[in-house]
Design a binder for this molecule. Structure first.
Ligand SMILES: C[S@@+](CC[C@H](N)C(=O)[O-])C[C@H]1O[C@@H](n2cnc3c(N)ncnc32)[C@H](O)[C@@H]1O
Length: 323
C-alpha cells in the first residue's frame, strides 16, 4: 500500500475567514441564515455518520442498495481511470464503487474531496488500506469555489453522492454543475446521487429523528460559531425544526430560539438579538424529479446517459457525460 497524500486548499485561517464572512452576512440578514457546510467540523462529521444509521434516515441505505445493484453497470459505462468524489465524508458507500471500478474497469486513482479535513484524512487512510493497488489523493477544499484545484489527467468520473446536491439552491446548483462541466473533458462523467420527491410523512422524520441526533447535528453549527468565532450561543436554547416546503420541494432545517436572547460574536465584534420563536435557516435539502435533474444537467452541458432509481422511487443515481 502507498500512503495516501492529502492536499489542502483550506487552511484553518481560510476557514475562519470564510466563516467570519458567512456569519456576518447570515446573522445580520432578515431572516437569519447560515450555509450548511458549517455543520461539518470533526464532531459534525461524526454526527452525520450517526444520522446515516438512523432508522428514519432512508437516503443512505437506499442509495447504498441502489449502488449495490448497479455498480457493475456504472463501472462498465464509465471506464474511469480516476474517481473524484466531492463531499466524500467517510466514503463508506464509495467502497462499492471502488470495488467495481477496479475489478470491472481500469481505476487507478481515487481523489476524495471534502471541507472536513479530519473526516477526509480518515477516509483516505481507510480506503488506501482496503485498496492497496489504488493511489489515494485527498483534497481538502470547498466544492463551491475550488473545483479548478481538482487533479487533471486520466479518464475521470466525478461522483457527488448522498443527495448533497440538494443543499444548494437552484442558482447555486446551476453554477456548481457548470463548474463541474468546466473542469471535465468531453466524454468524462458525473455520477450524481439525488433524493427524489416523496411523501412528507417519510421525508420529514428523516430530518427529525426520534433520538434527536439530527437536532444535535443542526445545533452543531452554533458550537462551531462558539469555538471558531468566540461566540456565546447557548445551543440548548435552540429547538431543531424540520419542515417540508411543498412549493420549493425542499426540506428546511432551522434553529428556533426558545427565549429572547442576546448573543455576542466576539471575533466579529457583533451583537445579535434573537426574539423568542425566531427561526434561523441552517440547511435546505432539495428533492428532485428525474425530468428536473435531466434538465438541470442538460443546461450545464451534460447528457444524461442512465438513471437508476430504487423500487420506491426515493432516490436516483444519474450517470451523465460531459458534452
Ligand atoms: C450530506 S454529507 C454526504 C457525505 C457522503 N458523500 C455520503 O454520501 O454519505 C455532505 C458531505 O459534504 C461535505 N461538504 C458540505 N459542504 C461542503 C463544501 N462546501 N465543500 C466541500 N465539502 C462539503 C461535508 O463535510 C460532508 O462530508
Amino acid at each position: 500500500m502507498t500512503a495516501p497524500t492529502v492536499e489542502t486548499h483550506l487552511s484553518e485561517a481560510d476557514l475562519t475567514a470564510a466563516l467570519r464572512s458567512d456569519a456576518e452576512r447570515g446573522l445580520t440578514a432578515e431572516p437569519k441564515s447560515l450555509p450548511p457546510k458549517w455543520f461539518y467540523d470533526a464532531r459534525g462529521s461524526e454526527l452525520f455518520e450517526r444520522i446515516t444509521e438512523l432508522p428514519e434516515y432512508y437516503p443512505t441505505r437506499t442509495e447504498r442498495a441502489l449502488l449495490e445493484r448497479v455498480v457493475g453497470e456504472i463501472a462498465r459505462a464509465a471506464h474511469a481511470e480516476v474517481l473524484v468524489e466531492l463531499g466524500a465524508g467517510s466514503a463508506a458507500k464509495t467502497r462499492l464503487l471502488l470495488t467495481a471500478l477496479t475489478s470491472e474497469g481500469p481505476l487507478k486513482t481515487y481523489v476524495p474531496q471534502d471541507v472536513s479535513s479530519g473526516a477526509l484524512r480518515d477516509a483516505a487512510d481507510r480506503v488506501a488500506a482496503e485498496f492497496p493497488t489504488l493511489a489515494v489523493h485527498g483534497v481538502v477544499s470547498d466544492f463551491t469555489d475550488t473545483l479548478q484545484n481538482l487533479p487533471r489527467g486520466g479518464r475521470r468520473m466525478i461522483a457527488f453522492l448522498g443527495g448533497t446536491i440538494g443543499n444548494l439552491i437552484p442558482a447555486e446548483r446551476a453554477e456548481f454543475l457548470a463548474g463541474i462541466h468546466d473542469v471535465l473533458e468531453p466524454g468524462e462523467r458525473l455520477l450524481l446521487g439525488a433524493g427524489l420527491v416523496i411523501a412528507p410523512d417519510i421525508l420529514v422524520p428523516a430530518y427529525d429523528d426520534a433520538a434527536g441526533v439530527t437536532a444535535e447535528f443542526n445545533r452543531n453549527v452554533l458550537h462551531v460559531l462558539n469555538s471558531r468565532l468566540d461566540a456565546d450561543f447557548a445551543p440548548d436554547k435552540f429547538d431543531h425544526v424540520a419542515r417540508w416546503d411543498p412549493d420549493h420541494e425542499w426540506i428546511e432545517m432551522r434553529l428556533a430560539a426558545t427565549e429572547d436572547m442576546t448573543v455576542h460574536v466576539r471575533a466579529l465584534d457583533l451583537t445579535v438579538e434573537f426574539a423568542r420563536g425566531e427561526q434561523m435557516l441552517t440547511e435546505i435539502s432539495a428533492k428532485f424529479r428525474v425530468e428536473g435533474l435531466r434538465a438541470e444537467l442538460g443546461a450545464a452541458g451534460f447528457e444524461t446517459e442512465r438513471v437508476w432509481t430504487d423500487k420506491d422511487d426515493r432516490f436516483a443515481l444519474v450517470l451523465a457525460g460531459r458534452l
